[in-house]
Each structure stands twice: as C-alpha cells, then as structure tokens.
Design a protein around this ligand. Sequence first.
Ligand code: AMP
Ligand code: FE
Ligand code: FE
Ligand code: ZN
Length: 279
Amino acid sequence: MPGPVDLHSHTTASDGTLAPRDLVRLAARRGVTVLAITDHDSTEGLAEAMDEARAHAGMTIVPGLEINCDVERGEVHVLGFCVDWRAEWFQAFLTEQRRERAARVELICSRLTELGLPLTPDEVFAIVKEGSPGRPHVAQAMVDRGYVKSVKEAFARYLRAGGPAHVARKRLTPAEAVAIIRRARGVPVLAHPGLGDHDALIPELVAAGLMGIECWYHEHSTSQTAKYLGLCRQHGLVATGGSDYHGPHVGGPNQPGTPEVALAAWEALRAAAERAAAA
Ligand code: AMP
Ligand code: FE
Ligand code: FE
Ligand code: ZN
C-alpha cells in the first residue's frame, strides 16, 4: 500500500522521465500528500511541481535535491531537504555541478568510443534536454545505439563505479556535500545507505552536520531498515524514506508512495528543517 509521504523522487530536471507536473499528478492519484522532489544537482523542477500541487488540495512539495559523491570504493549519495534553493550562491553551485556533469559525459563518451562503442556527447545531450546530465542518459543512448538491451545492462557492464567506462566525480566529498546543504539552511540526509558499504563514514558525516538517514527504501531489507533506524537513534538523526521514483520506464515496485512512509517521518524532518534554518 502506498503511504502518504514520499521523500525521494526524480523528474525530467535530472534523470527522471516524468515532467514535474506529471509526477505530482501521479503521486496525488496514489494518495501521496507530502512529496519531496530530489533531482540530481538541480532544483529546476520545483517551481512547476509547486504550481501543480496547488491543484491538489492538501498536497505539500518538499524542496530537495540529491548530490552524488564518489568515494574510494563506490558512491555515496546525499539528499538535501528544505534548502534555501532560491539563494543565488546555491544556484551558482548547482550550475557548476551540472557543468561538471556535462564534462563527465564527454569523458564517458570518449571512454566508450575507445572501447569500440562510438558515442557522441550530442547524442546523450539530446536525451538530457534541459536537465542535469548523468549516466542514465548515457545508458539510454547506448540502448538506442543497440549496444546494450537495457539501462541496467549498460550500468552492469560499463558505467557502474569501477566499470570499464566509469569516470569518477571528484568535485565533492560526502562531508562537503553535507556542509553545502547546511550552508543552504537545509537538512542533509544520507541516501539509501544499504546500496553501498559506507556506514563507517557516518560518524564523520554527523560531525560535518548530517541530520538524517534514509531508512525506508525499496532495495533495503527489513534488517537493513532496522539497522539504520538504530543508527538514527544512536546519533540523534531523523529517519526518512522514499521511492526514488524515476518514471514508469523503470519497472519494479518503486512507485510513488512506496515503500510506505508515515506522516511522522515528515513531521520529524520538518522539525529538523526548523533547526537547520535557525542554526
Ligand atoms: P550519476 O548521476 O551520473 O552518477 O548516475 C547515477 C544515477 O544512475 C542514479 O541516481 C540512478 O538513477 C542511476 N543508476 C545507478 N545505478 C543504476 C543501475 N544499476 N541501473 C539503472 N540505473 C542506475
Ligand atoms: Fe537518479
Ligand atoms: Fe541516489
Ligand atoms: Zn535518487
């Protein structure tokens, strides 16, 4: 059953395939009343989502984003909620993040071409349109070229961290991403920690200002969720959860509002946002 709260979603402003307006409509149909839009390095979808939300009584859009950081043995993603997204310095930061993402796409295309899979950056950017470029767009271009059967296969064979066509992002450490979100008066939350093995970083991220951990996530097992709820209690952090919905093209159980997240999670996050804004 879908829950009323979904604190993780993507739109065409990054690597989602639904426009912000369509995502809000779908979420509303599924009974979601609190929806965080958390595009990668972009808040460009927020204005349209908030406009659409006005047509759905009781619907709240939480302004958010997700910052992906490469670490030594993989990736760590940091969510930011209730950031002061209209601040000029923050938008300049996001613009620079997206510029670096575009440069990375060019490097990945060169790497693929060297591997015998010629791909031009323009083919990828035609898929990205106005959004924040990322590996899912490269993967889609590889599917369109017939190099792989699916986006998943493109990641598994070429684009995953450590894969033959992977290009690391070196711009920000997870602690720096946490600090930027705090500087933007937002709540930094460690995203889907169960997908990696980086729990050892949690104390240093807490010292940098981390305020939450994403505990409810479709790829977390019951025991992983329990473990992260325990770490939240131990460190005084807020537990969040969301679908990480990227659009109907991505099959599987992660629809808006799943896994079920209770309204109490949003209330705790909102209280944390008040503390972050006052700090
Ligand atoms: P990037 O933003 O370029 O680092 O790409 C990371 C994004 O790729 C994630 O946020 C997911 O949306 C997507 N992704 C990561 N791993 C996979 C995978 N194995 N299959 C499909 N999509 C993935
Ligand atoms: Fe994504
Ligand atoms: Fe993520
Ligand atoms: Zn995400």
